[in-house]
Ligand binder design. Structure first.
Ligand SMILES: [Zn+2]
Length: 497
């Protein structure tokens, strides 16, 4: 199919994109070339991390490129809830407020909770206003693309048993074809013990047969698709729960069948065609946690300052907290600021505090962090790793040293860093974090004196942190933190001068 570009729209949006920030040479022109010439599938659910790797460009710049592109209408941002056991895109949501952590996979029927770190992924699809691709109309895709490319997330790594997605597909597929309204198809197949499934993800119909060991004569199974469900004549399928080591599967409609030869006679009684997929899972088929090539996780997106700046109104539903398995918090405060307001007056103090924020923002964004909020003279920021946070803290101290040379009343920072699990929530219409890791990070900040960084032992033990501190004074302390039982190990860090 010929590529059709809306030239006027593309031209306009690329011009705006070029002006959105300072890009490295050729970043926008290479994006333009991709939009003009890439295959439809390559412009569907673009993974900015993969995009950066393929072009040998900075990951953060690639994320920025797609965020600015989305803001301008070149792309559509999708939040994917991906099944941890089959890579099915269980839900694709355009708004953060629709995200939730519990899901039931309509493909493999697994139930699970996901965190922002792992199976909540972000992808970008070219806007139909710029270039139309066939994945914009999934119901018109051919059936292999409909199932294998549209319904499953990109970048799946081979399973722990060494099989690729393609190999698993080949192993289980007995029949895959669109069945037109009122069409009847007959599928004859021989099955060993295990599980036989009929699936139609368009109508979300599913029927599962558990196969018992027995060489029966050929058995005919008439199945009708009516009211969006599979009905097997003479059978009354029942729900069944299957527990495996990794996952719990909740099958809505199951029955039993003897292994051997079966003849499925399928009739589509709906007025839309039915993408029929008949699968056989051998008895020894194991479920695993699937893993992906590096992707843009929900956690990383929320820790991207550009996202927070451009999509301020994007928040989680007020009723929904989403788990984050590991994130680093950095808190800062100014030493003796009340004193300073007293000495130089509110207006002058305010001016200095604003300027000190600029130094902090630069240090945070240069080290892949994002500001969650400012509270008076204090800042709360998040980082993907504690080494980024420690690097930002050192940059802050150095930056403020420089800044102090230009002013009459020097400012001194007190910084605290801690890592751990948390819950992303919406508080006061802003994306925020909740939980004991946040509380401890704030308390650790409270330990710091002028130009000091306190880092919890947990955060300090992350890879890469020790190497950053070779030119610093570092002492280890045991402290009691309010609201925390037992003693907490912390490191007190200051710049060598
Ligand atoms: Zn699944």
């Amino acid at each position: 199919m010929a590529i059709i570009i809306n030239e006027a729209v593309l031209e306009d949006k690329l011009t705006q994109l070029e002006q959105a920030r300072n890009w490295n040479p050729r970043v926008v022109s290479r994006l333009e070339s991709a939009i003009r010439t890439a295959d439809d599938y390559d412009l569907f659910r673009i993974n900015p991390i993969q995009y950066a790797t393929d072009r040998n460009m900075d990951e953060q710049e690639a994320i920025d490129l797609f965020l600015h592109g989305t803001k301008l209408g070149l792309f559509e941002l999708e939040w994917h809830l991906v099944c941890a056991f089959c890579a099915h895109v269980v839900e694709s949501l355009s708004e953060l407020s629709s995200i939730h952590s519990h899901y039931k996979c309509s493909f493999c029927q697994a139930e699970n909770d996901v965190a922002l770190d792992d199976y909540i992924q972000i992808a970008f699809t070219i806007s139909p206003q710029v270039r139309s691709i066939r994945f914009h109309q999934p119901e018109q895709l051919d059936i292999e693309e409909y199932y294998l490319k549209y319904h499953f997330a990109k970048g799946l790594q081979p399973f722990p048993n060494g099989m690729t997605q393609q190999q698993v597909g080949d192993l289980i597929t007995r029949y895959m074809k669109y069945v037109e309204p009122n069409e009847r198809v007959v599928v004859e197949t021989e099955i060993t013990p295990g599980m036989l499934q009929a699936k139609d993800l368009l109508h979300r119909a599913s029927l599962v047969f558990f196969l018992q060991e027995h060489q029966a004569d050929m058995e005919a199974i008439p199945i009708h698709l009516t009211d969006g469900k599979f009905h097997a004549a003479g059978r009354t399928p029942a729900p069944r729960t299957v527990e495996q080591t990794a996952a719990t599967f909740q099958f809505g409609a199951t029955d039993e069948l003897e292994s051997g030869k079966v003849q499925i006679e399928f009739t589509n009684m709906m007025d839309r065609r039915s993408p029929l997929w008949i699968m056989h899972y051998p008895a020894d088929f194991e479920s695993f946690y699937v893993s992906f090539n590096p992707f843009l996780s929900g956690k990383r997106l929320l820790t991207t300052q550009t996202f927070r700046d451009l999509f301020r109104t994007e928040t989680l539903s007020v009723d929904e907290g989403i788990a984050v398995k590991d994130i680093t918090f950095l808190f800062t405060d100014l030493k003796g600021s009340t004193d300073m307001y007293d000495r130089i007056g509110d207006l002058n103090a305010y001016y200095l505090v604003r300027q000190h924020f600029d130094t902090l923002i630069t240090a945070i964004t240069n080290n892949h962090g994002a500001i969650v909020k400012t509270i008076g003279d204090a800042v709360m920021a998040t980082f993907l790793s504690s080494s980024d946070a420690v690097k930002a803290a050192l940059d802050m101290l150095q930056g403020l040293d420089e800044f102090n040379k230009t002013i009459s009343v020097p400012l001194y920072l007190k910084i605290g860093i801690h890592s751990g699990p948390s819950i992303a929530v919406t508080l006061n219409e802003r994306l925020d974090y909740f939980g004991q890791t946040v509380n401890i990070a704030a308390r650790i900040q409270g330990l710091a004196g002028a130009s000091e960084i306190y880092v919890s032992q947990l955060a300090q033990s992350h890879p890469g942190v020790a190497g950053l501190l070779t030119n610093c004074h570092v002492t280890r302390e045991q402290v009691v933190l309010k609201g925390v039982s037992g003693k907490t190990d912390v490191y007190r860090i200051s710049l060598s001068r």
